[in-house]
Design a binder for this molecule. Sequence first.
Ligand SMILES: *[C@@H]1O[C@H](CO)[C@@H](O)[C@H](O)[C@H]1NC(C)=O
Ligand SMILES: *[C@@H]1O[C@H](CO)[C@@H](O)[C@H](O)[C@H]1NC(C)=O
Ligand SMILES: *[C@@H]1O[C@H](CO)[C@@H](O)[C@H](O)[C@H]1NC(C)=O
Ligand SMILES: *[C@@H]1O[C@H](CO)[C@@H](O)[C@H](O)[C@H]1NC(C)=O
Length: 217
Amino acid sequence: MKIYQILVFISLFIPIRAILGFDSINPISTENFTCFLKEGYEFYIGRIYKSIGEVDVTVMENIKNAKKAGFNFIDGYIFPCLMTKCKTAKEQIQDTLNFVQNEGVQIGRLWIDVQDGDIYWELNQSFNQAFILEAVKEVEAMGLKVGIYTNKTHWEKIVGNEWNAVANKPLWWDNWSGKKSFDDFVPFGGWKFPDLQQFNPEYKSSCGVVIDESWYP
Ligand SMILES: *[C@@H]1O[C@H](CO)[C@@H](O)[C@H](O)[C@H]1NC(C)=O
Ligand SMILES: *[C@@H]1O[C@H](CO)[C@@H](O)[C@H](O)[C@H]1NC(C)=O
Ligand SMILES: *[C@@H]1O[C@H](CO)[C@@H](O)[C@H](O)[C@H]1NC(C)=O
Ligand SMILES: *[C@@H]1O[C@H](CO)[C@@H](O)[C@H](O)[C@H]1NC(C)=O
């Protein structure tokens, strides 16, 4: 066999390593994060902006504690505000990322949470589409990477499944099967595969905190 054939052959039998991480809006101490590291979790994603239109001070402490404990991969997400008295998408992103900068922390990527259309989004899909585009544009204008948290059910309701204007951004797929697997993924919004899966919500971890588990291959 040629060397590349051997490599291909070997790679077929090496299991894909699942990188495990979590999000949680509960207070998490440095000790808790140290425990999570020991348990094999490698990334934390914190909700930096709330749907009621304010930044999340508790989660900011979490992000700092994650860093202190030695987490190398820390991302953030924004749960956008579309109720009354909300700022524009652009202003919400600015508030979020200015908060990050003023607190002296760094995040790898800002995810935009697109879920529960009945409660948190407008009925007008064109409005929602414009909102998401403006948010994505502003994150990138401020020099950060952006991604989308959603699934087919949410996407269909909020922007329509055929809307694919942000398909070139990574997808953090909300699919609570309890299994670390993309096998069930049905394409929507132009995405052919997810990049990350939130697979196990409200998990009572052994580190004393309730978390939503995610993974990526
Ligand atoms: C829906 O939103 C779009 C974009 O903001 C706007 O132009 C349009 O007038 C809205 N339609 C309704 C029925 O409110
Ligand atoms: C999307 O997530 C919601 C929970 O947030 C769940 O009820 C629904 O089944 C999910 N849909 C898909 C297609 O994964
Ligand atoms: C996961 O996604 C698949 C494909 O969209 C869907 O059929 C399934 O119901 C989802 N599972 C959950 C638990 O939401
Ligand atoms: C998690 O943190 C809380 C508060 O700091 C603490 O009471 C609890 O013992 C911690 N659990 C672990 C496993 O570190």
